[in-house]
Design a protein around this ligand. Structure first.
Ligand SMILES: Cc1ncc(COP(=O)(O)O)c(C=O)c1O
Length: 370
């Protein structure tokens, strides 16, 4: 060989070009930067559940005596429990270390260098990240001014290289949902469609009863939001059976750990408790929306999830986020070409809304005085 290539020269070009995924910050990482102690942080930046998990989960985990044993790689009991909960056959189900992991497996199954993924932006950034990770090409179809999916534009963007269309409904970060007929119109093109229903429990509209009718429709769910298990990492998908087989074949063997499997079992035994928390969060979301609507510098968009997305009409989203962060209130800001000057507020407990609105009212006053 005449040319010596450094190790980086051997890394796949699409990995070198990959832009990382920006995850939410752990409160511990902000210690010393806030005016409050870490334990008093109000964390509204990752759409987590402020009421936590079912107390049954905590009790069962404290009593678990099988941590030295690998979990069931075939997920037999887990798939059965999920199948009863969701109303689909166990052979159509596969569970993941969060639904994020399953998005990666679906991408790997369908997408390689030169293949196209149609992404209805702005949307959940993992869709971009996992496409690029597979060396795929993103074909971005912008949503309209109300952040609704432009179905005609999606259909027009389909080419012989299109391999996947991920659709988040409700969408993160905008909170908008996609009407059922729009989803089906896209599914009927025959292109594989991944319907991400991470927030379905906060609005109830699902395509799952139709999943068995289409061999190109896949649905993702998670326990992170409604069941308060974000830290446990447990998501699942309802797939055509042959796709579920591929996911089971390519997944990390023990991807769903013992604790997560126990957490699912106990959560499903405590549905009334968890659904009550969901109801409380939905009521608080509507109050948060009403409160944010009163602020002249923000424009909130109606949400079907557990967060409210706002355009910033006056002032700077980053500065507002930083100001709240110093007070120990964590939210997400967006300042990218597709989402300029915008904020996303997770729904917390009523007392969290009150504290946050008080700071936002102070900011409004200062902006008015400028
Ligand atoms: C649309 C969407 N899909 C998937 C996820 C990831 O969920 P999980 O915690 O199960 O990986 C999120 C998390 O924020 C999300 O917003």
């Amino acid at each position: 060989m005449s040319k010596v290539i450094g190790i980086e020269g051997l890394v796949k070009p699409w990995i070198i070009a990959l832009g990382g995924y920006v995850a939410s910050k752990a409160p511990d990482a902000l210690e010393g930067k806030m005016e409050v102690a870490t334990k008093d942080v109000i964390k509204l930046d990752a759409n987590e559940n402020p009421y936590g998990c079912s107390p049954r989960v905590q009790r069962a985990l404290a009593e678990c005596s099988s941590i030295n044993i690998y979990p069931d790689a075939e997920q037999v009991e887990l798939r059965k429990m999920l199948s009863e909960y969701v109303g689909a056959r166990p052979e159509c189900i596969a569970a993941g270390n969060g639904s994020d992991e399953l998005i990666g497996y679906i991408m790997r199954s369908f997408v390689g260098p030169g293949d196209e993924v149609i992404n209805c932006v702005p949307t959940f950034d993992i869709f971009r990240h996992r496409t690029q990770l597979c060396g795929g090409t993103l074909v971005e179809v912008p949503r309209n001014e109300d952040y609704m999916v432009d179905v005609a534009a999606v259909k027009a963007a389909i080419t012989p290289r299109t391999r996947l269309i991920p659709l988040a409904t409700p969408n993160n970060p905008t909170g908008t949902k996609i009407p059922l007929e729009d989803i089906l119109e896209i599914v009927e093109t025959g292109v594989p469609v991944l319907v991400d229903e991470a927030y379905v429990e906060f609005n109830g509209e699902t395509v799952v009863p139709l999943a068995s009718k289409y061999d190109n429709m896949m649905v993702l769910r998670t326990f992170s939001k409604w069941a308060g298990l974000a830290g446990m990492r447990i998501g699942y998908g309802i797939f055509p059976p042959q796709i579920a087989d591929y996911v089971m074949k390519i997944k990390e063997p023990y991807n769903v750990n013992i604790a997560a499997q126990i957490a699912v079992r106990e959560s499903l035994k405590d549905l009334e408790y968890l659904r009550n928390n969901v109801k409380t969060i939905v009521a608080e979301r509507d109050r948060l929306f009403a409160e944010l609507s009163q602020l002249s510098f923000l424009k909130p968009y109606p949400s079907w999830a557990n967060f409210v997305f706002c355009s910033v009409l006056k002032g700077n989203a980053y500065e507002i986020q930083q100001r709240l962060e110093r007070k120990g209130i964590l939210i997400r800001y967006f300042n990218i070409p597709l989402l300029q000057n915008a904020l996303r507020f997770g729904v917390g407990k009523p007392e969290h809304t009150d504290v946050m609105i008080r700071v936002l009212k102070q900011i409004e006053k200062e902006l008015d005085d400028k």
